[in-house]
Design a protein around this ligand. Structure first.
Ligand SMILES: Cc1cc2nc3c(=O)[nH]c(=O)nc-3n(C[C@H](O)[C@H](O)[C@H](O)COP(=O)(O)OP(=O)(O)OC[C@H]3O[C@@H](n4cnc5c(N)ncnc54)[C@H](O)[C@@H]3O)c2cc1C
Ligand SMILES: *[C@@H]1O[C@H](CO)[C@@H](O)[C@H](O)[C@H]1NC(C)=O
Ligand SMILES: *[C@@H]1O[C@H](CO)[C@@H](O)[C@H](O)[C@H]1NC(C)=O
Length: 496
């Protein structure tokens, strides 16, 4: 008898405690800040509005242009994608955005691929499907076929995240998000290089040296020592059906901010600090004070929740987190990438290509002598502007780690008449094994770009944005049964 009375008493105290906790947090948050209006910040605004409803105030801070790393450069009155340019057909968030916003899309068009090793073309695609197939088989055996299957298997796992998110599940770390998608297979990929990953999967060294290396160099301006996950994401770009937004990918960002009815604040966020404020109803509330510089001088605002949607990295965002314990500091350095646009005639003999050279995309293998990573013909973001240029006088986009000197351009081109340059701190310098930065930086401060340490891509930012909209909501209302759940794939089978 005594035992059960005691038990009852404990149960009462526990439920009273829980009620007390719930009371304290029953009020909805009223203001959320999003720092950064790239695809991460703008899709966060969109998902936050979906999740929190119409009454919450969402402020999006942007120090530069809406779109961030989705940006165009101007060449002779036409706009070209200078940052994030292509989207995979199975990137479902990006697909939903363009559909909801009514934005037309286009495919990047046919390309004729070559791979240059610093002396000659080790691979040169021809007009004929059969010839290409034979060349691939001759050079690489069944490695290409195997790679498509390998990437498909990875995509199958990757696609699980959309189901989890539809059912409201969220993850408190990038590791647990990736583990939920692909189990130990994905977790291990974060810890080893793409080269090791592909060796283990049975790919030949020649395939890794030529094809894999060239793909990493064009997509991430780094070598085959980047982590296996970002490496696999990178290889998925060899799939067909890639697309881009007509008029420029950045239109997705401005569209999402508009659709979310968020307030866009042009200004540079300089610091974040936690403040305790008295409430009207008595008691206190903890808020975050955001200081920022705008054209009208320094200002500040208070928020319940803050979402950092820009890399916290040297030279990128420069936000001070004042008096946090443990301190919040910069994470990984970002890789410099220079995009140089040139309107001119390519030097066929430089590539050892027969005249007239029909190449439109040249990738490179890892050769220290090479001063560029890739060169490819590009068309303006608006389709109608395409036709006016004579053949052989295309606009080329060159990616390099260092800015190109004049004599280097003179090697690559027989002649040219316009140059435009965009310098990026583009994506993390991948260096496995490494720990992912936290998603939860502090009680109610979230870091959207943690996911970039796994892989940097538009869709990754959108996935992280939705995850944080869900996670912040569940944590606010203490719905722990929707955070970091194991075996979701099995469990969701029965939820349908
Ligand atoms: C050259 C290049 C090619 C790429 N190619 C592809 C591709 O083909 N496909 C693909 O999917 N991805 C590609 N990517 C990667 C993709 O562009 C990025 O992963 C994605 O755009 C990141 O979006 P984000 O919103 O997370 O960050 P960002 O776009 O960097 O947005 C952050 C925003 O925050 C703002 N900001 C920073 N600090 C502050 C501050 N203190 N106060 C206020 N605002 C601030 C910045 O101005 C910026 O607008 C490429 C990237 C580059 C650079
Ligand atoms: C990856 O490496 C980290 C340490 O860098 C370790 O904590 C983790 O367990 C490793 N994961 C796997 C799946 O090997
Ligand atoms: C073209 O490439 C060849 C071979 O590298 C080089 O000798 C020549 O100077 C380059 N430039 C022009 C304008 O032909």
């Amino acid at each position: 008898m005594q035992v059960s009375v005691g038990f009852l008493a404990v149960a009462c105290v526990l439920s009273a405690l829980r009620a007390g906790e719930a009371d304290e947090l029953q009020y909805p948050p009223s203001r959320i800040a999003v720092v950064g209006a790239g695809i991460g910040g703008s899709s966060a605004a969109y998902f936050l509005r979906q999740k929190y409803g119409k009454h919450i105030q969402i402020d999006v801070f942007e120090k530069g242009e809406v779109g961030g790393r989705l940006a165009t450069v101007d060449m002779e009155g036409h706009q070209y994608e200078a940052g994030g340019s292509i989207v995979h057909p199975l990137n479902l968030h990006m697909k939903t955005f363009v559909k909801e916003l009514g934005l037309p899309v286009k495919s990047p068009g046919d390309s004729r691929l070559g791979i240059y090793n610093g002396e000659e073309l080790v691979f040169h695609e021809s007009d004929w499907f059969l010839i290409n197939l034979l060349k691939m088989l001759w050079n690489y055996g069944f490695n290409f076929l195997r790679m498509y299957m390998w990437v498909e298997d990875m995509l199958d796992k990757f696609m699980r995240i959309y189901r989890y998110q539809t059912f409201d599940y969220s993850f408190s770390s990038t590791e647990s998000l990736l583990h939920a998608m692909g189990g130990n297979d994905f977790s291990t990929k974060l810890n080893v290089t793409i080269e090791e990953t592909m060796h283990k999967a049975g790919f030949s060294q020649k395939f890794v040296d030529d094809i894999v290396s060239a793909t990493m160099r064009v997509n991430y301006c780094q070598g085959v020592d980047i982590n296996g996950f970002v490496g696999a994401v990178s290889l998925s770009c060899l799939d067909s059906g890639l697309w881009a937004v007509e008029g420029g990918n950045k239109l997705v960002c401005s569209g999402l901010i508009y659709a979310s009815k968020a307030q866009l604040i042009q200004g540079t966020v300089t610091s974040v600090q936690e403040k305790v404020r008295p409430m009207k109803s008595g008691g206190t509330v903890k808020l975050y004070e955001l200081s920022y510089e705008s054209s009208t001088g320094p200002q500040m605002e208070m928020y319940d929740i803050v979402i950092i949607a820009t890399p916290l990295s040297k030279g990128v965002s420069d936000i001070k987190f004042v008096d946090f314990n443990p301190p919040i500091q910069n994470f990984k350095n970002y890789q410099q990438v220079v995009a140089t646009f040139v309107h001119g005639q390519i030097n066929a003999s430089f590539f050892g290509c027969a005249q007239p050279c029909d190449l439109s995309d040249v990738l490179t293998t890892n050769n220290r002598k090479l001063f560029f990573n890739s060169i490819g013909a590009v068309s303006p973001v608006k389709s109608e502007a395409k036709s006016s240029k004579p053949v052989n006088h295309k606009v080329w986009k060159i990616f390099s780690v260092e800015p190109l000197a004049k004599d280097q351009l003179n090697l690559l081109f027989e002649s040219y008449h316009a140059v435009s340059v965009k310098n990026w701190l583009a994506y993390p310098q991948y260096n496995p094994p490494e720990k992912m930065p936290p998603i939860i930086l502090h009680d109610r401060i979230y870091y959207l770009n943690s996911i970039e340490l796994a892989a940097s891509a538009m869709e990754m930012s959108a996935i992280s944005a939705k995850n944080i909209a869900l996670l912040s909501h569940h944590r606010w209302y203490r719905k722990t049964d929707r955070i970091d759940q194991e075996d979701l794939t099995e469990r969701l089978k029965s939820e349908l």
